[in-house]
Design a binder for this molecule. Structure first.
Ligand code: ZN
Length: 493
């Protein structure tokens, strides 16, 4: 346990340096920060993969023969052993090189995006794709190199499984969006695109997420180019937000989203806090929490019955001609748009399917990085019916590839599916939840999530957890039911 603890603390320290790089660090320091992160990653990796650790695992497994599957000790060894099995396949020099390249490449991407200059990013991304191909080779896979990369974020999941889930709900999703398009005149979101004072935006969003239950005595909020959440223990969970002076959504729904991630990290049981078990179990379960608070709660009619009068008090001029119903419709508009993080609930998964396909093709060498902007734009138009006017609004928009996060995108879409699946179970078990939300009480839902999901940290895989909670594996039909009901009503389908 002590040895695994050293690994965890080194990883948490690297995480803090990563947060600092995105929030506070002068951009000129990218190389020095890369060197610092490389050392920490190498040390953590060396400790985890050493012969001594292997010996301790053997002893521990013998000792824990009869321990309860759910117990802290058995879970710790089971989960850490999987981390070990993966890590031991990666040479230390490779891990350090990946960490170094990631830190450098982040700055190159940020510049390229600011200048709308894909060619400036291209060599760095080419190097990153090479590293990811190497990584897949080291980690091993049976069907597609993508399986190895996906497996880092979703233990035991394969690209073929993801593809099957995507293929299942893509046709109903496309036809729902087409049906909505026929009636697009029913909803206007003009009310959201007005001048909104940033300090007031911040205050309102902070009040909302504090009301949700994000604990600011154990967390904080800062501004960053790309909104994200980082947790270093259950008592230090940080979210970031980006603000626009003339658009309300990014700060408000972005803050709800990141707070959803944050409450998951803050809700891990104290028993496993500060250990390798002490964080969210997978990216898809993580995303189920953020999407639930952002969309299922934050875009519900009940929520706005409660919140709209407060927003109107802060922005009386902007909301003078609006009412709850019109505002509720505005925040639920379905309209194909370029930026994934600002996409509506219906088109969102199509943004992900596009990235999933491109990543698989890049990793397999079927799509060259040089051709990426064209591939992106062509497919984007085929999926969403609009073509990005610039690479900054297209292929350059996401931080992920520059950070080496390939195999990561599908987890967002899976998170949407899980959010609907978990929420459905939550209101089945606690029918008061929707009424409580409508009166500004969020603890009924948060407590349920905490008991069923948060406390367990990484003890169970996505599939284990989902079966424990809902009695079945991940499904797309609850998400489609949710969307069809909501948009059917809003758009009169
Ligand atoms: Zn998220």
């Amino acid at each position: 346990m002590q040895r695994l603890n050293d690994v965890h603390q080194l990883q948490a320290s690297a995480g803090l340096l990563g947060w600092d790089q995105q929030v506070l660090m002068p951009a000129a320091n990218a190389h020095a920060r890369g060197a610092q992160l490389a050392v920490l990653s190498r040390l953590a990796h060396e400790i985890l993969t050493s012969d001594e650790t292997a010996r301790l695992f053997e002893d521990a497994e013998r000792e824990l023969n009869d321990a309860d599957y759910d117990s802290k000790e058995a879970s710790m060894i089971r989960v850490a052993k999987k981390d070990y099995d993966k890590a031991v396949r990666l040479p230390s020099e490779f891990v350090a090189e990946l960490a170094r390249q990631t830190a450098v490449s982040h700055e190159v991407w940020a510049q390229a995006r600011a200048n709308n200059d894909f060619r400036a990013f291209q060599p760095t991304l080419e190097r990153m794709v090479e590293l990811k191909q190497q990584q897949a080779g080291y980690l091993g896979y049976s069907q597609h190199p993508y399986d190895a990369l996906l497996g880092q974020y979703e233990r035991d999941m394969t690209a073929a499984q993801v593809k099957a889930i995507f293929d299942e709900h893509k046709p109903p999703l496309v036809s729902l969006i087409a049906a909505v398009k026929e009636r697009s005149d029913r909803v206007s979101d003009a009310v959201l695109h007005q001048p909104y004072d940033i300090d007031r935006q911040r205050q309102f969003a902070l009040d909302v997420v504090a009301g949700y239950g994000f604990d600011f005595t154990r967390g904080r909020q800062d501004v960053a180019v790309h909104p994200f959440c980082s947790g270093f223990s259950r008592s230090d969970v940080r979210i970031t937000t980006r603000f626009y002076e003339d658009f309300l959504n990014p700060s408000l729904f972005g803050m709800m989203h990141e707070a959803g991630h944050g409450m998951y990290e803050q809700g891990v049981s104290t028993e496993i806090d500060g250990t390798l078990l002490g964080s969210g179990t997978s990216l898809s379960v993580h995303e189920s929490q953020s999407r639930m608070w952002e969309n299922i709660v934050g875009r519900s009619r009940g929520f706005w019955n409660w919140a709209f009068p407060q927003l109107k008090a802060l922005f009386p001029e902007q909301l003078a001609n609006s009412d709850v119903e019109r505002f509720y419709r505005a925040v639920n508009i379905v309209k194909p748009s370029f930026i994934r993080v600002e996409a509506d609930e219906a088109t969102y998964n199509l943004h992900i399917m596009l990235r999933f396909e491109l990543e698989m093709d890049m990793v397999a060498g079927k799509v060259k990085v040089a051709d990426l902007p064209e591939e992106w734009n062509d497919r984007f138009e085929a999926y969403l019916g609009i073509e990005p006017p610039s690479d900054a609004l297209g292929v350059l928009q996401d931080v992920h590839w520059s950070s080496g996060l390939m195999g990561y995108f599908p987890t967002y879409a899976l998170g949407n599916l899980l959010a609907a699946q978990y929420y459905r179970k939550a209101i089945e078990e606690r029918p008061n939840i929707p009424d409580d939300i409508a009166s500004g009480r969020f603890d009924t839902l948060l407590t349920w999530l905490n008991e069923k999901i948060h406390v367990h940290g990484r003890k169970f895989t996505t599939d284990e957890l989902t079966r424990r909670i809902t009695g079945e594996g991940i499904q797309s039909r609850y998400y489609m039911e949710y969307l069809e009901k909501k948009y059917g009503e809003i758009y009169g389908l």
